[in-house]
Design a protein around this ligand. Structure first.
Ligand SMILES: NC(=O)c1ccc[n+]([C@@H]2O[C@H](COP(=O)([O-])OP(=O)(O)OC[C@H]3O[C@@H](n4cnc5c(N)ncnc54)[C@H](O)[C@@H]3O)[C@@H](O)[C@H]2O)c1
Length: 331
């Protein structure tokens, strides 16, 4: 997208704007000349980090508030042209130990955001960040959007509810929303202090701290990954392509890799380090989805999207980022 993009001079709200993907999206929108407001609760257990927006802090409006506050959300959404709805509780394990918080953030708050849009700003264009997690254990591969929805954890159920609200509000109330089902996304700004966002984050921290990467089980599980810049591009396309409205689309990559090969690749890109197989912790095994990779041809067809950054390059960029900025992310 160029500087005369549809976002130039437009009001854009990003929920979860201090998070990993939200902050990268904000940076891009600022460069495109948008008037960007970020909402983030900055709850320490989640991925929000002011270091993610340090370089654009004086070019965005930052509202530290919680999407569970319907009054705050109503005020924030009323004059916006676009809402990128990215705030979420992302930990699958936390969703199992504290299901009601996941319900409040990933479902109830989504409904109140849509109610605010319906009542105060029905012309706002909304893109919701959903997840491939809601498919559960794949019945076939690659998983397309027609695959049955059988979540293996509470997070998957609530993200599906959040997604369904967005589609319903389009169908019934005419709100121009659409949903992207993200696969594992990685890159600079991701949470690396633990595995709450994705296992890959803690792997990067381990390798950069000279520790061995722990791969659960036999390490043969297949996954696909998207570099964050590619996901940002998909979000921008989704907000501007009319054919995307009311649709749900997988993101994904053709570069499918087993977890042990991924660990090996990280070691080789880093130029040092090691990895080891460890037994699957029982709480993780219970919600593991086995092999997953997605069919993202609908996103290619409707958005003209395809991933550009290969895994090796993306890992190089990510490791480089944390070598320089790690101190703001380790603890
Ligand atoms: N990163 C991935 O691999 C991935 C995969 C699938 C789906 N997603 C979805 O993409 C979205 C963004 O994910 P991310 O990877 O950037 O994670 P992230 O944790 O970095 O970003 C989410 C942001 O939401 C904020 N947030 C959480 N609860 C909030 C609340 N109640 N009020 C206001 N802000 C709140 C967090 O502080 C955080 O900054 C999430 O909705 C997530 O479910 C991400």
């Amino acid at each position: 997208m160029t500087l005369d993009s549809p976002f130039t001079g437009r009001h854009v709200l990003i929920s979860g704007g201090c998070g990993f993907i939200g902050s990268m999206l904000a940076r891009k929108l600022v460069a495109l000349g948008a008037r960007v407001t970020l909402i983030d609760s900055l709850i320490p257990a989640y991925g929000g980090n002011l270091a993610n927006i340090a370089d654009i802090r004086d070019r965005v409006w930052l509202n530290i508030s919680d999407v569970r506050d319907p009054y705050a959300m109503a005020q924030l959404i009323r004059d916006q042209d676009y809402l990128f709805n990215l705030a979420g509780q992302t930990s699958h394990i936390d969703s199992m130990t504290d299901p009601f918080t996941d319900l409040e953030i990933n479902a109830t708050a989504q409904l109140s955001i849509l109610e605010a849009a319906r009542k105060l700003n029905p012309r706002v264009r909304i893109v919701f960040a959903s997840t491939r997690q809601l498919y559960g254990k794949p019945e076939y591969l690659p998983v397309d959007e027609r695959h049955p929805i059988v979540p293996v954890d509470i997070n998957g159920i609530h993200k599906f509810a959040g997604e369904s609200y967005h589609l319903l509000y389009h169908k019934v109330h005419g709100i121009a929303s659409c949903c992207l089902r993200l696969t594992n996304t990685y890159g600079p700004g991701m949470r690396v202090k633990d595995a709450r966002q994705t296992f890959l984050g803690i792997w990067l921290k381990l390798i950069l701290s000279g520790k061995s990467i722990k791969v659960f089980g036999d390490g043969k599980q297949l996954r696909d990954f998207n570099y964050v810049d590619d996901v940002v591009a998909a979000l921008l396309f989704a907000a501007t392509r009319d054919q995307a409205i009311g649709r749900v689309m997988n993101l994904g990559s053709d570069e499918v890799i087993s977890l042990k090969d991924l660990a090996e690749l990280i070691v080789s890109v880093n130029g040092a380090g090691s990895w080891e197989l460890v037994p699957f912790p029982s709480d993780r095994k219970a919600i593991d989805i086995g092999d997953y990779y997605g069919n993202w041809s609908l996103a290619r067809e409707l958005l003209g999207w395809h991933p550009n950054v290969g895994l090796k390059e993306g890992l190089q960029r990510s490791l480089e980022y944390y070598r320089v900025h790690g101190a703001s992310y380790w603890e």
